[in-house]
Design a protein around this ligand. Sequence first.
Ligand SMILES: Cc1cc2nc3c(=O)[nH]c(=O)nc-3n(C[C@H](O)[C@H](O)[C@H](O)COP(=O)(O)OP(=O)(O)OC[C@H]3O[C@@H](n4cnc5c(N)ncnc54)[C@H](O)[C@@H]3O)c2cc1C
Length: 381
Amino acid sequence: MLERGEVANSWRTERWDSLRLLTPNWQSRLPGLRYEGPEPDGYMTAGEVTGFIERFAATARAPVRTGTNVTSVRRADDGYLVRTTGGELRCRAVVIASGACNQPSVPRFSDAVPPSVEQLTPFDYRDPAKLPDGGVLVVGASATGVQLAAELQRSGRPVTLAVGEHVRLPRLYRGRDVLWWMDASGVWDQRHDEIDDLTRARRLPSPQLVGTPERATLDLNALAAMGVELVGRWSMVRDGRALFSGGLRNVFSLADLKLRRLLDTFDEWALTSGRDAEFVAPERSAPTGVPAAARLQLDLGSGEIRSIVWATGFRPDYGWLDVPVVDEKGQLQHEGGVVASPGLFALGLPVLRQRRSTFICGIEDDAREVIEHLARYLAGR
Ligand SMILES: Cc1cc2nc3c(=O)[nH]c(=O)nc-3n(C[C@H](O)[C@H](O)[C@H](O)COP(=O)(O)OP(=O)(O)OC[C@H]3O[C@@H](n4cnc5c(N)ncnc54)[C@H](O)[C@@H]3O)c2cc1C
């Protein structure tokens, strides 16, 4: 196992200070290791995730060569030639587990933002003190965007949040964590070959969730109540002005509709599995409030906005992979972790084999199944 940094490198170096997992502790499972502390319904800090993964590496006696950056992987004879900062390796098969979120994804028009406005990505951000005083424009309303918008607004900086397509979820539903419902009702068991639009499922934004001791919901209504100003998707910069899409009402009602459908699925499962009586009565969140007159543009030179936080997602980095298996969008082409190059496999990507694959708790099943393919390949079958 080759790792350019240390074990749990992304959790050590690429997370902001206040980040906690949005998945509850009991859901943090790795093969043979589960959370056994006093707060199964709590959410781990990034430091605790690092400790958890380190513990796993130690108990599994994972043969990790840290500080070894893979700079190139190419086909050679009947296997691969792997070049690293620690020398070359030849191997018959390679499992790519280099992560799905190696770099922040920032739109090109960020180049047109006036230099007086500071720009940060979640990789640069550590805490609000990193930003100048004054207004902040947070771009993107998925997990990262809503979490940073709330933290920055609480720090006394007026926050404007640009909202595109998003996934709205309450933290708790009928008394249980909403991710408990995902797990129990089988939504997360849905397999890659059963999903109608797999490409879309793999690109789905992360849900509007935060892990806090209060187990609070952090949807757009919660942010608006804190004083965060909501505007539409940021589409371009023209003459030093940020232009936002209209039609917030449609974007909000689509997210509300999808949420209602999901909660219907949970209720249906509760009834058909005979467990309905275990939970409080079904409930529905209020629709997302549409601002009376959302601004369609903002003058970036006026001084109102002093900094921009790009919470516009993350993407993988396959700059080192010299095998033609990456599409024009920079995504690895694979079928449930089996890549279209003999002996090349992948793990740790969104919806790799099931919806659960996007999360830490998905790796156990995925690894077992991908290893079966790998073993068959090595056995020459
Ligand atoms: C902001 C954020 C919040 C998240 N929150 C949650 C959550 O609440 N719950 C959850 O289940 N999941 C969450 N995830 C997803 C989570 O990151 C993954 O579930 C988990 O960390 C994936 O582990 P991984 O080992 O597949 O990838 P990574 O953690 O990305 O690890 C990949 C490793 O490969 C190394 N690497 C990359 N390229 C090379 C190279 N060329 N040579 C050598 N080494 C290389 C990296 O240094 C890194 O250590 C979150 C992700 C992000 C970005």
